[in-house]
Design a protein around this ligand. Structure first.
Ligand code: ZN
Length: 325
């Protein structure tokens, strides 16, 4: 079976032999960008640079998936939020006063991301998995209105937030559908603002589960939900969102997680702070521990810290590949 089919089969929860060393979230590091001779802003703004760095993450680090884009602000920018591209990742310079329109397809960098996916498909061929990254409706709302206003409204008037999130989920689904037409094999939904670290789990259930369900039901490829932090309190709600895969952070008790997300495949599991600061032995142990707990798509638990040494990432990937033999 080729790498694309192994990935898709594991994502669907099938009992296929094999393991995947994946990058579900951003694999970018300073070392990787220096190796490519590219600046951080240029890989977010230019499709050729985006493709180049995605391919070097595959060839130099050894990841068995490629993904674009690398930041979570494409949708917010396309809806009118001005971004600051000065740091590692773009962030909103100022938020919107109110959301007047929800449809963003074709605006901002959306067409550039689709072009990057088409070029990635040409570069990796038909047998290698490509992931398209989108932002979860509630997290997108945080990028549009700002976290303070979104949180306030979520507590005061969750129905307004749910209505916004529902409308955004339709637009995100349009965008993700275009990604699939361009060549994406699966869609990663990054939803960090839904983490119980920042959002009351009851509010998550009210404002985000239904919008996520609307989003996933529109797509014909597996969806992978990424929420960082300790997600124990929302794990039982994850199957209802319709995602096939939950990308989990080891801050969550991995031993009990599998039973709580019934029917959903777990991916991820390797701490990004360990990858940044740990030694070889501890990285190998953490990677093997994920496998022993039943995680078959092993990946850094979140975007890599930019200072992460490439050697540490290779150690994780090698441990997974050696176990697959
Ligand atoms: Zn994360």
């Amino acid at each position: 079976m080729d790498q694309r089919n192994i990935f898709l089969s594991l994502a669907q929860g099938e009992n296929t032999a094999g393991l995947v060393a994946a990058a579900i979230t951003s694999p970018l590091t300073e070392e990787l960008l220096n190796m490519c001779g590219l600046t951080w802003s240029s890989v977010h703004k230019n499709h050729e640079n985006m493709v180049k760095v995605a391919l070097v993450a595959k060839s130099a680090m050894g990841f068995e998936t490629v993904r674009v884009p690398f930041d979570q602000c494409v949708e917010a920018e396309a809806l009118g939020v001005e971004l600051d591209f000065e740091g590692y990742y773009p962030k909103p310079r100022r938020f919107l006063e109110e959301i007047l329109e929800f449809n963003f397809m074709g605006r901002g960098r959306t067409m550039m991301v689709l072009q990057a996916i088409r070029e990635l498909r040409e570069a990796v061929g038909p047998d290698f998995p490509i992931l398209g990254g989108v932002t979860g409706p509630f997290t997108l709302l945080n990028y549009l209105l700002g976290p303070a206003k979104t949180m306030l409204l979520s507590r005061r008037d969750p129905n307004i937030i749910k209505d916004y999130a529902d409308k955004l989920s339709a637009s995100v689904a349009d965008y993700a559908t275009e990604m699939v037409s361009a060549g994406a094999d699966a869609i990663v939904i990054e939803d960090m603002a839904s983490s119980p670290d920042v959002l009351n789990p009851k509010i998550f259930k009210t404002v985000e589960v239904e919008p996520l369900k609307r989003l996933t039901s529109r797509l014909k490829v597996p969806c992978i939900l990424h929420i960082c932090g300790d997600t124990l309190k929302i794990l039982k709600d994850i199957p209802e969102t319709g995602v096939k895969v939950f990308h989990i952070d080891p801050k969550t008790n991995l031993r009990v997680a599998k039973d709580l997300v019934r029917g959903v495949t777990l991916a991820g599991g390797v701490s990004t702070s360990l990858l940044c600061e740990g030694d070889e032995k501890s990285i190998v142990e953490a990677s093997l521990s994920c496998i022993s707990l039943g995680i078959r798509i092993v990946a850094p638990a979140c975007a890599l810290h930019p200072k992460t040494p490439m050697g540490n990432v290779k150690t994780m990937i090698k441990a997974v590949k050696n176990s697959a033999c």
